[in-house]
Design a protein around this ligand. Structure first.
Ligand SMILES: [Zn+2]
Length: 361
């Protein structure tokens, strides 16, 4: 009997010296997503309604969120259960929230998923290794990790190819915070598992639906806008997003064009504007059944090449605002009876994607 009491006592968590910050969700239009990491493309664990109280443990730097109702910030609040919410949607006392320590624990959902993580270390030989919000050197910088830093590698995602000290590779390692480092500069033993598999137990980005179609920008919605009376020449839809967010092939196919489409005198490698013509850096994919998809305004040249076969969901490039664009977004087109592609055979992607099991609207 007394033995049982002792066991229970050891399982009771020690009282933390620093009381968790209490705060409130301010998101009147839709529930706030609670995520496994500090970016909107990390696994969604649950949602919190407007007005919900949250207990904040500490803050990390992550994806910049500019449409929050409270502030524009790249800070994400780690809750006492290890999950994250963007601080852009949190009203809280004015006292600063402490920064999370370097040994941030993996979110409990990831632990529950029983994903075997791999360890490694930064091996640049000198300069710090940059951790970014997406697997590309064009993605926003989150942290600079000194040479020799120990790393926990949750999984790998294909991105930009990098020639580093350890290997030449297009694989990037995802860290527990949801950020990415190029595997080219990581000294390690075993190869981390692919991120898709690691995500499955926590119900993150869905595998392609039965028809083989998937959202080109998981977690972001398209706003209706195909060929409207105000804008009859707009033959696609726009998914507002953030610079550096990975763009995925909506279905398996072949890359047929990787092009900078812009008015003479301008560059696709610069932020565009509504006064500049062209869809910027774009990719065109040809799929089975005479269907073609187009992805415009990438931040830089796509990470795929013409002629390359891609799988549904494969990262092909990163969101930007190149060409005729006023803010970072993906302009997405679907054409039937292709090739060729043109205004004559463009269809509204929203109903198309819905009927193909991958709603985007
Ligand atoms: Zn558009």
């Amino acid at each position: 009997m007394s033995v049982a009491v002792v066991v229970l006592a050891t399982l009771t968590p020690a009282v933390d010296a620093h009381a968790a910050e209490s705060a409130t969700v301010v998101s009147p239009k839709r529930p706030l997503n609670v995520r496994a990491g500090s970016a909107v493309w990390t696994a969604q664990l649950r949602t919190l309604p407007h007005g919900a109280s949250v207990a904040i443990d500490c803050q990390v730097k992550g994806q910049l969120i500019s449409e929050g109702s409270v502030r524009v910030t790249d800070r994400w609040d780690r809750l006492t259960d290890g999950s994250y919410v963007s601080d852009a949607w949190i009203r809280r006392p004015g006292t600063p929230v402490p920064a999370c320590g370097p040994a941030a624990p993996v979110a409990p959902a990831a632990v529950a998923a029983a994903v075997t993580t791999t360890t490694g270390s930064v091996a640049t030989g000198g300069t710090p290794l940059k951790a970014r919000t997406a697997p590309s050197h064009g993605a926003p910088l989150v942290a600079a990790l000194p040479n020799g830093t120990a790393l926990t590698l949750v999984c790998q995602e294909r991105g930009e190819s990098i020639a580093g000290s350890q290997r030449v590779t297009s694989m990037w390692d995802r860290l527990p915070e949801g950020t990415y480092v190029s595997d080219a500069y990581v000294r390690r033993g075993a190869t981390p598992p692919p991120c898709a598999a690691a995500n499955q137990p926590v119900a993150a980005p869905a595998a392609p639906a039965a028809g083989g179609w998937t959202s080109p920008l998981p977690g972001f919605r398209a706003r209706p806008g195909f060929r409207t009376s105000n804008n009859p020449n707009h033959i696609g839809v726009d998914l507002m997003s953030f610079t550096g967010t990975p763009i995925h092939a909506a279905s398996a196919g072949t890359v047929v064009e990787v092009v900078c489409n812009i008015e003479a005198g301008h560059s696709c490698d610069q932020t565009g504007s509504p006064s500049v013509g062209g869809c910027g850096w774009y990719v065109k994919l040809q799929h089975e059944g005479g269907i073609s998809t187009l992805y415009c305004h990438m931040v830089r040249r796509a990470v795929v090449q013409p002629g390359q076969k891609v799988k549904a969901g494969q990262v092909i490039g990163y969101v930007g605002s190149s060409g005729n664009s006023s803010a970072p977004h993906l302009h997405y087109e679907v054409h039937i009876n292709a090739p060729p592609t043109g205004p004559q055979n463009a269809i509204d992607p929203i109903p198309f994607m819905r009927t193909h099991g991958a709603p985007i609207g």
